[in-house]
Ligand binder design. Sequence first.
Ligand SMILES: NC(=O)C1=CN([C@@H]2O[C@H](COP(=O)(O)OP(=O)(O)OC[C@H]3O[C@@H](n4cnc5c(N)ncnc54)[C@H](O)[C@@H]3O)[C@@H](O)[C@H]2O)C=CC1
Ligand SMILES: O=C([O-])CC(=O)C(=O)O
Length: 325
Amino acid sequence: MTVKVTVTGAAGQIGYALLFRIASGQLLGAETPVSLSLLEITPALKAAEGTAMELDDCAFPLLQGIEITDDPNVAFDGTNVALLVGARPRTAGMERGDLLSANGGIFGPQGRAINDHAADDVRVLVVGNPANTNALIARSHAPDVPADRFTAMTRLDHNRALSQLAAKLQVPVTEIRKLSIWGNHSPTMYPDLYHAEVGGKIAAEQVDGEWLRDTFIPTVAKRGAAIIEARGASSAASAANAAIDHVHTWVHGTPSGDWTSAAVVSDGSYGVPEGLISSFPVTSTGGHWEIVQGLAIDAFSRERIDLSVRELLDERDAVQALGLI
Ligand SMILES: NC(=O)C1=CN([C@@H]2O[C@H](COP(=O)(O)OP(=O)(O)OC[C@H]3O[C@@H](n4cnc5c(N)ncnc54)[C@H](O)[C@@H]3O)[C@@H](O)[C@H]2O)C=CC1
Ligand SMILES: O=C([O-])CC(=O)C(=O)O
């Protein structure tokens, strides 16, 4: 059966890096036909049409159709996978409240449209920043959709951490297991090496504490800003790649003996208040995320997780005060 995949912000830079990979089968597998729905704001529809022309020109065997629209009710009608990429970026002079309001105006109506029109098995990944709180807003407008279908992306942070650690220990990334990103997709995120394993041994014990604290954590946490500084534009291909990884893992599962990172609705695990959309170590089985249970959290990790969760609570309070959730 054809799977409908909706991409918002389809004419943006992540959209351009993402759509071709979805259409080629990298999101859902080489056996699954897909139809694409491209949601954009009205002034960007023409650019989205250009991307659709290029998709046509690839003659992808799996691609069954392309729809382009500025109406969320159309874009999410019958959708199975919703990738919410388009968001309002922070511009000079914009206060945090203005940013949250502008995004509330996007993610509220999109959540409502998902609630009213999406397929029963819809899975939602929010990429657009502030991703965790945008996901919270969308979810709060979709009371009929099970909460566990709303996720936000920290897979890019996870992949960045894998790559930094692999380079430090001079091992292939495939040697690393059980790495975790906790908290918010923001510089407060906590990449955790105390449960990660390299060659079957705890990663934190294979690097010196100073490198872990003063190099590894800030490098991962501030990588987004470093890419902007170097490229003059924010991460696009790596963000699209992480979105592909996230949904692929969600649908196809995590390998045994490993886990990944995703921001999912908290059930109160590890003291993260219930309902917050926070990153955890997660496994996926049968198309459902589960938070990895029973990990011992030392004082160093506790402090960092709490800091990031505090930021998520502040964001939640701010959108609540603005009446966005
Ligand atoms: N979670 C993560 O790890 C990452 C998140 N991001 C975030 O992803 C978002 C997109 O990034 P880019 O593609 O580089 O931005 P971009 O500015 O190139 O594209 C965004 C697109 O969204 C569209 N858009 C705006 N409002 C919309 C609406 N209401 N409905 C549909 N489309 C709408 C714009 O017209 C634009 O084409 C940004 O918020 C960025 O901060 C980027 C990298 C990593
Ligand atoms: O800051 C941004 O817009 C990009 C971002 O989230 C990242 O690269 O992690």
